[in-house]
Design a binder for this molecule. Structure first.
Ligand code: SAM
Ligand code: SF4
Ligand code: F3S
Length: 455
């Protein structure tokens, strides 16, 4: 029989939960939802995996090496289970959704497999495991947005927080596994988003990043259709919560970003002048094979428009090297586009074929590994040179920086970001996390600006 204390079954009341997060910001945000669901279910959160009764890995499936990391981590967790035989090990997130019950078949250690839309079911599923069964819920939903749940801010600096505004993705980029792991796109109730930002503001937070795979297609409608809100309108509502609350967002899609969004960014001082606008390739034939639904010229016209409407805007990108059938000339098109756009920063990857995607079914993964990595190295070299040059233009300028934390290298220095999302490092003086400071930039590296606070 189960004893009940304060409505919490004792069998879970003392259980400790440890969550490890892999992959993108969306997964970081999801782990906060998972913590909220389980803490409501009577669990205590711990940062020590060895005192945990339940270890959850919130996983990513975007490239093969992301999944390899999880297999290695699961192998290491065998030791934890040897020391603590009752330990429950769960795999959540995109890899759980992709592999489903195959995860149980491939690794005896795994007790629990839960996809991104099934986190409300976690307390039940864990009970099932406690009763000696394996538990799986990988149902995807057309409605779930976890709108009214209050995320538990894990490992937070107390200054910046992620706010999820939509889930899933309706695009079918041929290389990408996300539509399969996260299901159809759905937008979260605009009022619940604004409430979450207001709560963060009351709790002292100074910056929010609105998250979605394609924020420009955000479109929420109330039940009777009398109220609608698009992304530009949502940005405005969030910006109006407080002028000292910085607003960032990710990711924008070149096919959908509108002038209305750009004008809204330009209109509000607290909307950061920074857009992450992944290009993936600079060649129109490859973009078509990728099913990105824009070509090189369209992408260039969007960058031109951003620079017209928000001249001081930072722009960053994602780039894939060695996509199926990419020739040397097409690779050079990517390099020339990167140079033309003069990105401040890029996330750069070698193409990794993902089972079940359109590309895996239609196009041979025929660029050899050594060619992919050589092209990737070339792309990284070009980006590093541009980043260093772009950073140089800040020397002698003053940047408004929101202090986020100590610098990684020294407790005597603080770090934060300027409007354009570039990391700034400076001596701490009397400043602390959450302060806005004006930093005079004196030196730069490829990744950061270094200076001192001007009072
Ligand atoms: N929704 C965002 C967009 O469309 O720009 C991207 C989200 S995805 C999580 C992040 C990045 O991973 C992509 O922009 C792409 O550059 C990269 N990526 C996705 N699938 C990949 C694959 N199969 N191989 C290599 N990189 C991949
Ligand atoms: Fe993947 Fe394309 Fe959707 Fe981004 S927009 S998540 S790359 S399918
Ligand atoms: Fe993110 Fe990886 Fe899933 S990048 S959406 S956690 S596949």
């Amino acid at each position: 029989m189960e004893l009940i204390i304060d409505d919490i079954p004792v069998k879970t009341a003392s259980k400790k939960l440890y969550i490890e997060t892999y992959g993108c910001a969306m997964n970081v945000s999801d782990s906060e939802i998972v913590a909220s669901v389980l803490i409501d279910g009577g669990f205590l959160q711990t940062n020590d995996e060895f005192e945990a009764d339940v270890v959850l890995l919130n996983t990513c499936a975007i490239r093969e090496n992301a999944e390899q990391r999880i297999w290695h981590r699961l192998a290491a967790l065998k030791n934890n289970k040897r020391k603590k035989p009752g330990l429950i090990v769960g795999v959540l997130g995109c890899m759980a959704e992709r592999l489903k019950t195959k995860l149980l078949e491939q690794d005896q250690l795994v007790d629990l497999v839960v996809g991104p839309d099934a986190y409300r079911d976690l307390p039940n599923l864990i009970s099932q495991v406690e009763d000696g069964e394996k538990a799986v819920n990988v149902l995807l939903s057309r409605e779930e947005t976890y709108a009214e749940l209050s995320p538990v801010r894990l490992n937070s600096n107390g200054v910046s927080a992620f706010v999820s505004i939509m889930r899933g993705c309706n695009n079918m980029c041929s290389f990408c596994v996300v539509p399969f792991t996260r299901g159809r796109e759905r937008s979260r109730d605009a009022h619940s988003i604004v409430r979450e930002v207001e709560d963060l503001h009351k709790n002292g937070y100074k910056e929010v990043t609105l998250l979605g795979q394609n924020v420009d297609s955000y479109l929420w409608q109330n039940e009777d259709g009398s109220e609608t809100c698009n992304f530009a309108q949502l940005l405005e509502k969030v910006a109006l919560v407080d002028p000292n609350m910085r607003v960032r967002f990710s990711t924008s899609h070149p096919k959908d970003i509108t002038d209305e969004v750009m004008h809204t960014i330009a209109k509000y001082d607290n909307i950061c002048k920074y857009i992450h606008l992944p290009v993936q390739s600079g060649n129109s034939r490859i973009l078509e094979l990728m099913n990105r639904t824009y070509d090189r010229e369209w992408y260039m016209s969007k960058v031109t428009r951003i620079r017209e409407i928000i001249p001081e805007c930072g722009i960053s990108s994602d780039v894939i090297s060695g996509f199926c059938s990419e020739t040397e000339e097409e690779h050079q098109d990517t390099i020339s586009l990167m140079k033309w756009a003069n990105f401040d920063f890029s996330y750069m990857y070698s193409y990794s074929e993902r089972p079940g995607t359109l590309a895996a079914r239609k196009y041979p993964d025929d660029v050899k590994d050594d060619v992919k990595s050589r092209r990737l190295t070339e792309i990284i070299k070009v980006q590093n040179q541009m980043s260093a040059n772009n950073n140089l233009k800040y020397i002698g300028k003053i940047c408004k920086v929101l202090v986020e934390n100590y610098s990684k290298k020294s407790k005597e220095d603080l770090m934060g970001r300027n409007d354009q999302n570039i990391i700034c490092i400076f001596p701490k003086g009397n400043h602390q996390k959450g302060d806005y400071v004006n930093v005079l930039i004196e030196r730069v590296s490829v990744t950061s600006l270094i200076g001192k606070v001007i009072e």
